[in-house]
Design a protein around this ligand. Structure first.
Ligand SMILES: Cc1cc2nc3c(=O)[nH]c(=O)nc-3n(C[C@H](O)[C@H](O)[C@H](O)COP(=O)(O)O)c2cc1C
Ligand SMILES: [Fe+2]
Ligand SMILES: [Fe+2]
Length: 394
C-alpha cells in the first residue's frame, strides 16, 4: 500500500506477513516489511528496492507512485538482498536511470547483479557518492552520509533538508510488518538492533553523532514504521544507550540451559531470591526453549546477568555454549556476570563458561560461582543467596 510520508515522498514498501525466519535465523512471528520510498520532485528518486519475496508487489507500488513518470535515480543505500533484489529489474526497465551508491557498494555490486555499463543518453550508469556529497532533485537536495558497518560496509544514509527526513537504511529498523506493535516500537526494535547491529555499536554511535547535527523531523528506515515526534525522540534515546553498550534497565537477567530441569528449577528459585532482596527487575530465559534472539537482547538490556547451565561431556550444555558464542560475536561487553553450574559427577560447565565470558571486553565474573549437584537442596540456598547479594551490590 502506498502512503504519503510528506508532500513529495511516497512510501512504497511491502509487508511480508508470511516471513517466519528473517535472515534464516531470527523468528519473526509478526512477519517483516521491506521499506522503499519514492521522492517525486523535478527529478524522481527511488530509495532502495525490496526483497525477492515481495518484488512483484513492490513493482506494483512503484508503478502506482510513479503514475507514468520515469525515475531519474535509484539510490542504493544498502546492497543486502532484502533491499537490493529489485535493482537489476529496474535498470532493465529504465535504462536511462542512474544508480547512486557508495564506492564500496559499487565494488560489491557485481556479486549480486550485472552492473549496467551505459545508458542511452550517454550518462554514467552509476554515480558513486562520498561523505557529504549532494544530489539536487529540484525542491529537494539529497545529502549522503556514509554509515559503514551499519550494517554492512557499503551502507550510507540520506538526508533531505527540505522535508527534514533521514533515510536511515537498516538503522532504526525492527522485526514485524509495518503496523506490528504500533504502540511498542522498542520491543522488536531492540531485538533487531542487538541481533543484527549489536556488534557495530561504534559505527552506530558515529552515525548518531552525525545525525545530531541535522534537523530531523522523521526517520525513514528500511524496516518498521516511519518515526516522528515522541517516538522519534524515544528511538534516538534508546539508540544512544544501545550503541554505547550502556545499561537500559537496571536488573538481572538469568539465562539457563538445563538438561533434566534441575538447573531450571534453581533458576526459578533464584528469581524469587533476587526479588525478595529487592532487585528492581528480574528477567529469565530458558535457552533450550525460548527465543535465542530475545535472550541476546536481554543480555544487553539489563545491567547484570547470571548464566546457569548443566555440565555436559566435560564442558557446558550446548544451548548455553551457543548463547555465549552469540554474545562473543555480538561484542557483548561491560557487564558483571554470575555463574551457576550443575554436574552429577565432575561439574565442568563453569570452567567452560568462565573463559568465554572473561574473553569479552570488560566482562567480570561475580563470585561466588555456585556448583549444584543434581537436584537443588536446602543446603544450596545460602550459596544462591550469596550470589544474589554479590551481583546486586556489584
Ligand atoms: C549427555 C550428557 C552429558 C553429561 N556430561 C556431564 C559431565 O561431563 N559432567 C557432569 O558432572 N555431569 C554431566 N552430565 C550430567 C548433567 O550435568 C546433569 O544433567 C545435571 O548435573 C543435572 O542438572 P539438570 O537437571 O539441570 O540437567 C551429563 C548429562 C548428559 C545427559
Ligand atoms: Fe542489512
Ligand atoms: Fe535490512
Amino acid at each position: 500500500m502506498i502512503k504519503n510520508i510528506t508532500a513529495d515522498i511516497r512510501y512504497i514498501g511491502v509487508d511480508d506477513p508470511e516471513m517466519r525466519l528473517f535472515e534464516s535465523q531470527y523468528h519473526t512471528p509478526d512477519g517483516m516489511c521491506y521499506n522503499s520510498y519514492v521522492i517525486l520532485d523535478e527529478k524522481v528518486a527511488i530509495m532502495d528496492t525490496s526483497d525477492r519475496r515481495t518484488l512483484d508487489a513492490w513493482k506494483a507500488n512503484l508503478a502506482e507512485a510513479l503514475a507514468g513518470r520515469q525515475p531519474d535515480y535509484l539510490i542504493v543505500q544498502h546492497l543486502e538482498p532484502d533491499h537490493a533484489s529489485g535493482i537489476a529489474d529496474l535498470c532493465a526497465l529504465y535504462p536511462q536511470m542512474q544508480l547512486v551508491c557508495s564506492a564500496k557498494a559499487l565494488q560489491m555490486m557485481p556479486q549480486y547483479l550485472t552492473v549496467p555499463e551505459g545508458s542511452p543518453s550517454g550518462a554514467a550508469p552509476v554515480l558513486t557518492v562520498k561523505e557529504g556529497d549532494t544530489l539536487p532533485l529540484g525542491r529537494h537536495t539529497l545529502k549522503f552520509i556514509m554509515a559503514p558497518m551499519v550494517h554492512w560496509p557499503e551502507v550510507m544514509v540520506t538526508y533531505d533538508a527540505t522535508d527534514k527526513v533521514l533515510f536511515s537504511a537498516d538503522g532504526f529498523g525492527k522485526f514485524g510488518v509495518y503496523d506490528a506493535d504500533a504502540d511498542d516500537w522498542a520491543c522488536e526494535a531492540r531485538r533487531y538492533y542487538f541481533n543484527i547491529c549489536g556488534k557495530y555499536g561504534t559505527p552506530v554511535s558515529t552515525l548518531l553523532k552525525k545525525a545530531a547535527a541535522l534537523d530531523i523531523q522523521k526517520i525513514l528506515p528500511l524496516h518498521g514504521p516511519v518515526l516522528e515526534g515522541e517516538k522519534l525522540a524515544e528511538a534516538l534515546r534508546l539508540y544512544t544507550i544501545w550503541s554505547a553498550y550502556d545499561v537500559e534497565t537496571e536488573g538481572v537477567f538469568i539465562a539457563h540451559a538445563s538438561i533434566h530441569g534441575n538447573t531450571a528449577a534453581a533458576a526459578e528459585r533464584l528469581v524469587e531470591i533476587l526479588k525478595a532482596k529487592g532487585c528492581p527487575k528480574v528477567a529469565i530465559s530458558d535457552l533450550c526453549r525460548d527465543d535465542l534472539g530475545e535472550a541476546i537482547e536481554d543480555a544487553f538490556r539489563y545491567g547484570k546477568m547470571i548464566c546457569m547451565a548443566s555440565s555436559y561431556d566435560a564442558g557446558v550444555f550446548p544451548p548455553m555454549y551457543d548463547f555465549l558464542h552469540h554474545l562473543e560475536i555480538k561484542a557483548f561487553q561491560r557487564r558483571h556476570v554470575g555463574l551457576v553450574e550443575n554436574g552429577s559427577w565432575a561439574p565442568s560447565a563453569a570452567k567452560t563458561m568462565r573463559p568465554m565470558l572473561e574473553g569479552m571486553k570488560q566482562v567480570e565474573i561475580v563470585e561466588p560461582v555456585v556448583t549444584l549437584r543434581g537436584c537443588m537442596k536446602d543446603a544450596d540456598i545460602p550459596a544462591l543467596e550469596a550470589l544474589a547479594e554479590a551481583i546486586m551490590k556489584d
